[in-house]
Design a protein around this ligand. Sequence first.
Ligand code: NAD
Length: 505
Amino acid sequence: MTEAVSVKKLSHFINGQLVEGKSGNYANVYNPSTGEVIAEVPLATAEETREAIEAAKVAFPAWRDISVAKRAEVIMRFRNLLTENMDELLNIICTESGKTLEDARGEITRGLESVDLAIGAPHLVKGEYSVNVGGQINAYSAKYPLGVVAAISPFNFPIMVPLAQTSMAVAVGNAVILKASEKVPMTSLYVSELWKKAGLPDGIWTVVNGSKEAVNELLENKAVQAISFVGSTPVAKYIYETGAKHGKRVTALGGGKNNMVVMPDADLEQVANAFMGAAYGAASQRCMAISTIMPVGEETAEKLVAILKDKINKLKVGSYKEEGTDFGPVISKESKESIVKAIELAEQQGATIVNDGRTLNIVKESDGYFLGPTLLDHITRDMDIFQQEVFGPARNVVRVDTLTEAIDLINAQELANGVTIFTNDGAAARKFTTEIDVGMVGVNVPIPIPVGYHNFAGFKGSRFGEGHMFGPDQARFFTKTKTVSERWPEVTEKTESTFAFPSNN
Ligand code: NAD
């Protein structure tokens, strides 16, 4: 008889404490590398979410009124705790997401850039001041925090995206509620402990675990002023529409279908190396993963596909615990099944299979959700896989004759997160960066993600609402500008009423 393994029951983090779920509803958290259930996460009811919002509302005014320098000190201590506890963070991220150690380390490092930017928040919220705009009247515009704000995050970056969504929000004086992904909740709960150790007052950082019911309360509750969402496109659209209907400021980032255009003059060996990491890293579970390589000209295509075929055959898929693993499993059994279905449909619709990840060897057999790397050639615009985001290692080749054809095809796609071109021709790069209708554009870089102090977001179906993740725009998104006109006249001065529109002359 096998012994029953006790599975850890997780909590929420409300008002500075770990709080047990009251709903009695739990979802399983899996280790994708083994298929084992490693924890159960509580799914908050609307009532529990409301209680968390109330606690945040009570905590907010004191945090708003603290000096910006004191707030920056807390963020600085939080930053130091993140680096001091890197090993524990890596362990949690790799266990619940299946990422390789190297990939998880990269994610944490990029997340730290958001925290670094937030330390400098006092500079970003400086206002504007004018003297003598009228008789003895001065005017100033200043940025104030919004109050209670919410972030809803996806599974594929357990720490980087929540840090990018929330660090600036905390730094400029808001009380933040994070609805972490129920697939990777342990990282955010651990981050909560670090915020507490850094000295953040209770109620300013909250983690409500859950799914649709908790999210709907955040979208509808009057006390929540702004929503930052990152996840798939259909949910992003729903969040934007529902949040806006309830009068909230919303930015909702969605999925991607990112293309790499390869001009005939590019160094194909260099291109192939760039494509391998950008396309298959993290089992292709990145919103900025390259989905499609678009060689210009038949000769470029023939040479490139041959190089890629060979390189893809050498990739190693396995658990983060195994040496030399290039990428790990996908997040769940359902996800693996949907990727396999997408490959089958593409095959039925006429795609050629260059590398078949459904049969490629995994480093070590287990019940993990592993899938090898697939490359599908001769993808055309009428096939489902041309438009659809496949969140796993099935990548496409779309052959084109000219740069103009590549630009037209990319601009016809609904998702417009990232795109990149490889060329040595400055004029081609300039035409591409000017005419392409995509939010994040690269020239001779594998994934066009800039450093954390630049604004980041896609266009069209990849983003609903105005606002960015990362970058200085976060300081704008999480504050409201108040403009004050003030006059302090001499006490002896006589005043009279005037009924014309104030002209300050
Ligand atoms: P998802 O949309 O399934 O879930 C994201 C969040 O929304 C989770 O917290 C989840 O609990 C919640 N959610 C899911 N369904 C909901 C519903 N019906 N109502 C309310 N809330 C709901 O996304 P995911 O699978 O966790 O993450 C992968 C997706 O995120 C991919 O599409 C990827 O491209 C995208 N993503 C985009 C970016 C970006 O910057 N644009 C960054 C990372 C990930």
